[in-house]
Ligand binder design. Structure first.
Ligand code: HEC
Length: 152
């Protein structure tokens, strides 16, 4: 009887949580990581490295510079929480870079780096404006990746 009761409680808790999940955005590009890399561009989009560079330093874009040193000499503040990205493309392939921008938690579950294109339904403790949304669009992720691959 007690087991049955526990089971019923568990089922109702799970059902409630499932109900509260917002739907995925209709334009969400599904991706699959393989060997810690996402080799296919999100939705097959082509990135623009100049836009990616701008997004990386934009506080309302990727804001990568808040945590990483970047090869952007005109910016005076560069964060040191994450590793410098100056030569990051000599350490990682394009697919490995894409996964790190999309969902660094797949590499390190305890990372403080935001998953910029993580399934938004997996998020918790996000600001209301981001609830049910990705931090960057698929095109913005591809722009940033297109810039990162040039950093050799
Ligand atoms: C809140 C801080 C933070 C922000 C913002 C952030 N990162 Fe990170 N990033 C980290 C940390 C910390 C690591 C180290 C690895 C880990 O924690 O998993 C990391 C790791 C990485 C790595 C792997 C580097 C290596 O040498 O292993 C890449 C690539 C990367 N970040 C790219 C980006 C890009 C591109 C952006 C912006 C779109 C960004 N990060 C924004 C904190 C951040």
């Amino acid at each position: 009887m007690r087991t049955l009761l526990t089971l019923l409680v568990l089922i109702s808790v799970t059902a409630t949580t499932a109900q509260e999940l917002p739907p995925l955005p209709s334009d969400y590009c599904h991706w699959k990581a393989d060997h810690l890399a996402i080799d296919e561009a999100l939705c097959g989009l082509k990135g623009n490295p100049a836009r990616g560079r701008a997004l990386a330093i934009d506080p309302h874009g990727g804001n990568c510079i808040a945590c990483h040193h970047l090869p952007v000499p005109e910016e005076s503040f560069h964060g040191t929480i994450g590793p410098p990205l100056d030569k990051v493309a000599s350490r990682y392939t394009e697919g490995q870079l894409r996964l790190r921008v999309v969902d660094e938690q797949q590499v390190n579950p305890f990372t403080i780096m935001p998953g910029f294109y993580r399934d938004p339904r997996l998020a918790n403790r996000v600001a209301d404006a981001y609830w049910g949304k990705t931090f960057l669009t698929a095109q913005q992720v591809e722009d940033i990746v297109a810039w990162l691959v040039t950093l050799k």
